[in-house]
Write a protein that binds this ligand. Structure first.
Ligand code: FAD
Length: 308
């Protein structure tokens, strides 16, 4: 039995793998793909210590760092995914799609999340050509332009607030007639002179040639359609955490994120920690995911030593 099973190979999983190996813990890291969500990005400009790194290069550097410890105490299973995780004698057993079983005394859930995609004509075609799912990554590229944000929840409002620093105008498309966020924040954002709202409406198509040049929205009552002349569409309609395999084992919140204690990343089950976008952490960033995993590893190490 290994000391630790790490599920996921994004920044959280990779950070955990490196720290586990350096602490001489025996660990197996299982990841469908090493790299994580941001590796589709052309350039990541906020990974601390690098001014700009292409997603592909970040993926390579993650692999290189992990593989530097492979074949020692760290085993890496790539290209497979965990389908179930259960409590077994003395620890936990993860079973993968390819039928492998791995047992460990402790587990770190680092399986991340996927963004809910905008499912209207054009959204797929223009992804990364004006349609984007990350304001902090891509916002500066839309400096001085007219952009739209789809989604009026907290993430949508926060995205709009961030974009107001760069964009010529920000139009927030919200399905409902009012906002649920706290009144002061909402008022502050909406009162900005460059801010517009289209309430009670939903997008019906993303328009463009090589890049986005418009977004069509439909009023949910009248059915009337309007085209907004925007060059950027920021989608914030929610995330889907990759936690199906942990359902029924650890406590998940209403949208399926692993409930963690922010002090040490521990979950509701002794021996299981979680880090990064699969958790109920408020903010989703590479540095945060890696940092949370490091925090978890420190705690896992202490726990393993105490219970050995
Ligand atoms: C397009 C885009 C651009 C972004 N750009 C930036 C940026 O510039 N800067 C920034 O800080 N943040 C950025 N982010 C956010 C950042 O990517 C995430 O916050 C970060 O990747 C979260 O890391 P994570 O390790 O928790 O999860 P993820 O990156 O989601 O990684 C999850 C890992 O788990 C694996 N996995 C999933 N399910 C299973 C399973 N069942 N079994 C085994 N493995 C599994 C996946 O293959 C992957 O290896 C961006 C996000 C997106 C979508």
């Amino acid at each position: 039995m290994k000391d630790l099973i790490i599920i996921g190979g994004g920044p959280a999983g990779v950070a955990a793998g490196v720290y586990a190996a350096r602490k001489r813990l025996t660990a197996t890291l299982i990841a469908e793909e090493i790299g994580g969500q941001s590796t589709v990005s052309d350039g990541i400009e906020n990974w601390v210590g690098t001014v700009r790194i292409a997603g592909e290069d970040l993926k390579k550097s993650f692999k290189e760092h992990l593989h530097a410890y492979k074949q020692d105490v760290l085993e890496v299973i790539e290209g497979d995914r965990v389908e179930s995780l259960e409590k077994t004698e003395g620890g936990f057993t993860a079973t993968t799609r390819d039928g492998k079983t791995v047992t460990g005394r402790a587990v770190l859930l680092a399986s991340g999340a996927g963004r809910k995609k905008l499912l209207v004509p054009g959204a797929d075609t223009f992804e990364n050509k004006g349609v984007t799912y990350c304001a902090s990554c891509d916002g500066p590229m839309f400096s001085g332009q007219d952009v739209a944000v789809v989604g009026g929840g907290n993430a949508g409002l926060e995205t709009a607030a961030q974009l107001l620093a760069y964009a010529k105008s920000v139009t927030l498309i919200h399905r409902h007639a009012s906002f649920k966020g706290d009144a002061i924040t909402v008022e502050k954002i909406l009162s900005h002179p460059n801010m517009r709202t289209v309430l009670n409406a939903e997008p019906t198509a993303v328009l463009g040639e090589k890049f986005v040049n418009g977004l069509t929205v439909k009023d949910r009552d009248s059915g009337e359609e309007t085209t907004l002349p925007v060059t950027g569409v920021f989608v914030e309609i929610g995330v889907i955490p990759n936690t199906d395999f942990a359902k029924g084992l650890v406590e998940l919140d209403a949208v399926g994120r692993v409930v963690t204690n922010a002090r040490d990343q521990h979950t509701s089950v002794e021996g299981i920690w979680a880090a990064g976008d699969c958790t109920d952490e408020l903010y989703h960033q590479n540095n945060i995911a890696a940092g949370d995993a490091v925090k978890a590893l420190e705690d896992i190490y202490q726990w393993l030593m105490k219970t050995r």
